[in-house]
Structure formats: C-alpha cells, structure tokens
Design a protein around this ligand. Structure first.
Ligand SMILES: Nc1ncnc2c1ncn2[C@@H]1O[C@H](COP(=O)(O)OP(=O)(O)O)[C@@H](O)[C@H]1O
Ligand SMILES: [Mg+2]
Length: 425
C-alpha cells in the first residue's frame, strides 16, 4: 500500500516511523514532513491546509491511504475533500471533528449525552460572560471555543485573572474568531490523563492511558504548552478505571455523534481530569495527541497500517496489541517557549542518543539549513525510550536527552515523577 501522511510534527514522524515497519507498506510520503521524516520517507512540499493539492497528489500517485495528523486540517474538512474525490483517508469528517474545533460543540454534546465534564456555560456576549464570572467567583476556567494552538485556555485562580482572560479573548481578540464564543467552566482538581481510542463510528478500542505534562515548569508551574513530556502506560490507572472511561465517556460520545448523523472515524482523544468523583472530560481532541503519539507508536505492536485500513473501511481492527513495558517521551524545547524563542540554532548529538538501547528521537520544530540540522520551533525534539518499567524508560530517555545539544535547550526534569511516587489516586 502506498501511504501519504499529512503533517510535520513529532507526531507525524512517529506515525511514519511506525508505518515503515509494516510489511504491507509500499511507498511512503509525508506532506510537508520535517528533516526527521525525510530520512525514512519522501517529503512532499505541500502544506497541510492545501486540501485540493494534497488530494491531487494522492490521485496522481495512486495513494491507497492518507493519514491526517494535525487538528487544523481535520477541523477544516480535509477528510470531506478526500472522500468526495473517492480517496481513502484516516480521520474524522469536518462535522465530527467539531468535537475538537469547537469547545462549545463538545460541551453541548457532552451535556446531551450525559458525559461527565465540568459544569459550564457558553457566552457570545462579553458583558454577560463578565457577569457570570463575577457571580461564580474563582477559581474558574475560561476557554476560547475555537482552535487556539493550545493557548486559548485560562485557568484562573482569581477574579482579576479571569477578567483579564475574558478581555484578551473577547475584546482584544487575541485568538481571532476562535474567541467569538467562550466556554466558562468550573475548575476541576485532580491529575490529568490522556485517553485515546481507535473509533470506527460506533465501536472503539482503547489504548493504554498516558499522561502528558502540560505546564512548562517543574512541579506543574508556569504557562501551558503543547506538552512537555509523556509517560505510558500510567501505572495507577487501573483496567477497571479504563473500562469505566470507555463506558461512561467514549461510548456515549460516539453514540451522540451517530445520532447527529456525523459518526466519528479515527482516533478520539479525550483529555481527562481524574476528579475525586471519577473521571471528567476537560476536552476532546480529534486526532493522536502530540506528544502522546510518540510513546504510543513506540508501544504499539500491531501493524498501524492494518489498524488504519480497518477503521477507514468502517471495521474494527481484528487485534490491537501493545508491548508490555512502558514508554517515556521527554520534549527538548527552545529556551523561552511557550513565549518567544530563538530559531536556527544548530542541533548535535542525536546520533549518539539513538545509539543507546531503546531510544528513538522524533523531530518536531527542526529544519535543515546548509546541511546542518537547526532548531525551528518551540518544541524541537521528542526523545523517546521504552523500558520494562516506567523508571527504566524514564532513566533511559533522560540519559539520551543529555547527549543532545543546542543553545538554550530546555527540558522538564520531572516528567513521570508524580506517577513514579504514586500507586493510585
Ligand atoms: N475545568 C478545568 N479545570 C482545571 N483545569 C483545566 C480545566 N480545563 C482545562 N484545564 C487545564 O488547561 C489545559 C488546557 O485545556 P484544554 O481544554 O485541554 O484546551 P486546549 O488543549 O485546547 O488548550 C488542560 O490540559 C488543563 O491542564
Ligand atoms: Mg488539551
């Protein structure tokens, strides 16, 4: 099978790395890809939002299956364009992807379907939103409804912060149209867990649980990022809990989408808080997480191509198996991220890191400049390791991360630390 992967991040590098192991794979293309994908597949210089050009490429090259990584093209309707042209594509339709691209849509769907989530209200009017915030008091959470690169959420400890957040989203329009509507919701305490499921519309298969570390600073401090590091599986999440998450969250959500006439095909990724009264949904994502995908691809035993093909055909893959150990992903970021940072800084040592047993480095914000790999984004590299135990995976990933150098390299040193010191919630 000839396959096209759409995207350019460490998530897509990991997908490509995994697909490459399939015995059934023919040619493998990535659009636009990055220097990491270039070494194992063919990069095609087409942007992720150029749907017609991507579909032309798929037609001309007789691509058998296209796999879409990022949220923007999914939210924009790439799947509908491909399907209307008779092309096989892995990912949800534009209508189904609203579960991520509109937080308002997601919250209303959850309310209708009885899926546990934070209590909320939706506002288009600034004055009404402000009144609501003042009535509810802090802590409170304010979210731009649309896609905002993971920056449109304000977790506010005080009313002043909440007022400031509302002003930035609704009056200053910091996120453009993504802030036309805001979701204001109850603050939920507890640990965060990432859940993923392969979904064929009506049925699903859960992955093991994973845990990202969203905040930039150690001890979960400072501003939110796209994710600073992940562990999978999460030792304290029990099979019973996972089963309950499937029953009370994934199943009713898929049923509600079917009832709307927009069945969900692809990977559904609910972000959860394990609150004291049980798991509650913070948000849905309509794709693999980044940086979660990197650890999942390291742990997935089954051929990803078989899985994606089954889902696209509306079937459930006959088996999805995972390696028994654990995986860890440490993100190497640019100094200053998620604020401003320098670009174009030379990167060295990746080969040394990958010579270590169990290490694979996936590329994120990187590019090649005069034959030299340089930094080109906030999150630069994803250093992944597998191990028999979580501790082993983390120790290996950190040892490998040490071998990689670029000016201003920043990493959190406490990825997985909480999970290591905790057996259950
Ligand atoms: N109701 C809430 N209570 C506590 N923290 C929250 C709540 N909603 C979101 N957060 C925090 O903000 C982060 C980002 O929110 P999320 O809804 O996942 O939006 P996005 O990923 O689109 O930025 C979450 O990972 C979580 O840490
Ligand atoms: Mg999120």
């Amino acid at each position: 099978m000839d396959v096209l992967v759409v995207g350019s991040g460490s998530r897509e590098h990991a997908i490509v790395w995994k697909l490459k192991q399939s015995k059934r794979l023919g040619k493998l293309y990535v659009a636009p890809g990055n220097p990491g994908t270039a070494s194992i597949a063919e990069n095609v210089p087409i942007g992720v939002m150029e749907f017609e050009k991507l579909a032309d490429f798929a037609e001309e090259n007789k691509i058998d299956l296209t796999i879409v990584g990022p949220d923007d093209p999914l939210g924009g309707g790439i799947v509908d364009v491909f399907k209307s042209r008779g092309l096989k594509v892995f990912g949800p339709s534009k209508a189904a992807a609203q579960i991520e691209s509109s937080k308002t849509f997601a919250k209303q769907l959850m309310a209708e379907a009885g899926v546990p989530t934070a209590e909320f209200q939706v506002f288009k009017d600034y004055e009404k939103a402000l009144n609501y915030v003042r009535t509810k008091g802090a802590p409170i959470v304010i979210k731009a409804s649309g896609l905002a690169l993971g920056k449109g959420v304000y977790v506010c400890k005080t009313i002043e912060e909440a007022e400031q957040g509302l002003k930035e989203i609704m009056l200053d329009k910091q996120f453009g149209n993504a802030g036309n509507e805001v979701v204001i919701e109850e603050f939920l305490d507890g640990q965060e867990v990432s859940i993923h499921a392969f979904c064929n519309g009506t049925e699903f298969i859960l992955f093991p649980a994973s845990q990202d570390h969203k905040q930039v600073g150690e001890g979960d401090t400072g501003p939110n990022t796209g994710g600073m590091g992940v562990i999978a599986s999460v030792p304290w999440v029990t099979n019973e809990q996972l089963e309950k998450i499937g029953k009370t969250i994934v199943k009713p959500t898929l049923e509600a989408l079917v009832a709307k006439g927009t069945p969900y095909q692809g990977v559904l990724y609910p972000g959860l808080k394990m609150a004291s009264h049980g798991p509650k949904v913070l948000e849905f994502n309509a794709r693999f997480g980044q940086p979660e995908c990197e650890v999942y691809m390291r742990l997935l035993k089954t051929d990803l191509l078989d899985i994606c093909e089954a889902i696209v055909d509306g079937k459930l893959p006959s088996n999805v198996e995972w390696n028994s150990g654990h995986a860890a992903n440490i993100i190497l970021a640019s100094d200053g991220y998620p604020g401003s940072y320098k670009k174009g800084l030379p990167i060295t040592g990746i080969e040394n890191a990958e010579q270590m047993e169990g290490i694979v480095v996936f590329y994120a914000g990187t590019k090649e400049q005069n034959g030299q790999l340089v930094t080109n984004g906030g999150r630069v590299l994803a250093v992944t390791a597998t191990g028999n135990s979580l501790k082993e995976a983390l120790d290996k990933a950190y040892a490998a991360a040490k071998k990689i150098h670029f000016e201003g390299k920043y990493l959190r040193r406490d990825i997985g630390a909480k999970a290591l010191s905790q057996k259950s919630v």
